[in-house]
Every structure is written in C-alpha cells, then in structure tokens.
Design a protein around this ligand. Structure first.
Ligand SMILES: [Fe+2]
Length: 266
C-alpha cells in the first residue's frame, strides 16, 4: 500500500532503503555543504540559512536536469514561486542562492530525488511533460540560550506543490523541531489548536536520512521552532526539502493580458 497516496503522508528510513557503497562518503559531502549556507535573505536574523535550485525530471527517462540559475553580482540565484500558499510571501517570487555544481552532481542527492519521485503519482497527461523539482537545503542554527529558529510558515500549512519530501541531514543539540500532520482545513492553525482526532501524526526525525513525504492536497503539515539543547555547543537542524510539481501549460487568456514589452526573447 502506498501510504502517501492513501493517507497523504509517509515516513521513510532512507539510509536503510538506499544503502549502497559510498553512501556515507556522499552523505558527509552533503553534511559539509550545510556549513556554507548563506542566511535566508527573507528571514534575516531568524537563524535560518538556505540554498535552493531547480531541476526537471523527464518521467520516462527518470533523469535529472538542473535548470540554469541567474547570476547577480557574481552570486548564482534560483527563483522560487509558491503562489498563494505561503501566507508570509503571498504571490511573490523569492530568490535564493543556488546549490553548488558539485552538490548538484552528488550521487546521494540524485538518488534521494529519484527515490522521492518514484513515490509520486500523477495524471497521465502530466507525466508526458517534465516534472519540476525544487531542492531546498535549509539549516536552522541556534547559538545562544534563548535563541529560536523558526520554519516558514510557522503554522500548519500546505506548500502549493503536489508533493514535498523532507530529509534530515543533521540534528544536533536541539530542542523542538517536532513535525505534525493534520487535515487541509486546519492550515493556518498551530497543532495545539487542533483536536487530537484531526492530528494524523506527531513525530520527530532524528537520524540522518530520516525522511517523510506529504501529498499536499490531502494534508497540512508543520514543524515547530527549535531552541538550543543542554550541551555547550550550537544547536543545528539541517534538512533537504524536495518538492515536485507538474509543468503548467500557459493559459492563453492570461498571456494576452501581458504587455509584450515585458516578455523576453528565448
Ligand atoms: Fe511546508
């Protein structure tokens, strides 16, 4: 039974599922890359650091093709659009620094993306076209006792992409980071504002490559803020978030209202 399809969410132990020679080596490179994440430009001072890149998968070939980024002042960026679903950034583009070329070619990252893709399900016509993949590296880092690091948005929500998967990379000296899954109707609330029977699950991902996926139309999801634990070192929670969405075919009625001067040549 595909739990993602029937319940709208599923947990995976990817370290065991993917197990191959060289996994630990590839994982250590992913872990290391989290030391070089810039601060989230949309969450300054919130102890949040991130990079983001986009790729497409050709469904019949199951191959990953990374999309080019834009370069601004020598820094490569990828643009991100979440429509109306993130209440903190409604209908706006966000732009994040891209993943490095080396990380895009990391064997484990590719295996994770393809594993996630294999769990997904689509209308027949949607998989005649490329499926779009967004890959976010997100680190919450708390260095002082009363610091808090908060995920965006900080309530039960839907992402707007049909599928999102989260893969833990590192969790160290952290209190919090509790995941909750509820019904779509509870989007906008906190888990403690929701009745027990509408909370499908509450869980923590604690080991590297502990993972879960959500099918957005069926559930809302949440991760609680983190604080520094009792050890005398920073608290860190690093995850890779991977979302999938179909190619959206342009609506001619929308295009005809756009000033042609705003359109760019290929
Ligand atoms: Fe989310």
């Amino acid at each position: 039974m595909n739990k993602l399809k029937s319940l709208g969410f599923c947990q995976y132990k990817l370290r065991e599922i993917l197990s191959y020679d060289g996994l630990d080596n590839d994982l250590s490179k992913l872990i290391e890359s989290f030391n070089h994440l810039p601060e989230d430009p949309y969450g300054k001072g919130l102890n949040r650091f991130r990079r983001y890149s986009r790729a497409i998968i050709l469904p019949d070939k199951q191959s990953i093709e990374w999309l080019p980024s834009v370069e601004i002042n020598g820094v490569k960026y990828s643009e991100y659009f979440q429509g109306r679903f993130n209440p903190e950034h409604v209908d706006s583009y966000r732009r994040f620094p891209s993943l490095s070329e080396t990380i895009m070619q990391n064997n484990l990252l590719k295996k994770i993306i393809l594993f996630d893709f294999k769990q997904t399900f689509w209308r027949k016509e949607d998989i005649l076209l490329p499926v779009h993949v967004g890959v976010h590296f997100v680190k919450l880092l708390v260095e002082n006792k009363n610091d808090k690091a908060i995920s965006s948005p900080n309530n039960l929500h839907q992402d707007g992409e049909p599928f999102t998967f989260a893969h833990l990379i590192k969790r160290e000296n952290v209190i919090g980071g509790l995941n909750a899954i509820s019904t779509p109707e509870n989007a906008g609330k906190l888990p403690n504002q929701v009745s027990e029977k509408e909370l499908h699950n509450i869980f923590e991902i604690s080991e590297p490559l502990d993972s879960y996926g959500v099918y957005d139309p069926l559930v809302s999801h949440y991760v609680s803020p983190i604080e520094k634990g009792i050890e005398d070192k920073p608290g860190v929670r690093s995850v890779i978030l991977i979302d999938f969405q179909p190619t959206v075919v342009a609506n001619v009625n929308e295009i005809k209202n756009i000033d042609v001067d705003q359109l760019v040549m290929v």
